[in-house]
Design a protein around this ligand. Structure first.
Ligand code: HEC
Length: 97
């Protein structure tokens, strides 16, 4: 638990500065999803937004919606770094398997 708190703190710092604190500290897509997306997206149930399993299968389409937003879906450009968005896309792809 302590470790995950440190990672969350590191993510918070990265979010504020927009630059990765430590390059080797790859962002954790699952954590970002839980924190930023979980209020609207569930893995296999529709909530405010579509279920992860029902989302587009194409990584570039996913990335584009996350970066630019779509209707009720907020845009995350400027809120998440490219590395964080990559991590979330990877997480979504893993859940769709
Ligand atoms: C305020 C609620 C809300 C939050 C927070 C939110 N989303 Fe969404 N999201 C939506 C809604 C609503 C849609 C459907 C948009 C539409 O097409 O009308 C959507 C659509 C999407 C899509 C497109 C799915 C597809 O098949 O085209 C992706 C990908 C997505 N969200 C990922 C995320 C990720 C990743 C996060 C967190 C970084 C996130 N969302 C946070 C509400 C939200």
């Amino acid at each position: 638990m302590k470790n995950s708190l440190i990672i969350l703190a590191a993510l918070a710092v990265m979010g504020m500065t927009g630059t990765p604190a430590i390059a080797s500290d790859a962002p954790d897509g699952a954590k970002i999803f839980k924190k930023k997306c979980g209020m609207c997206h569930k893995i296999d149930k529709k909530k405010v937004g579509p279920a992860v399993k029902a989302m587009n299968q194409d990584a570039e389409m996913l990335r584009s919606v996350i970066v630019n937003g779509k209707k009720m879906m907020p845009k995350y450009s400027g809120k998440l770094s490219a590395e964080e968005i990559d991590a979330v896309v990877t997480y979504i792809k893993e859940q769709q398997k």
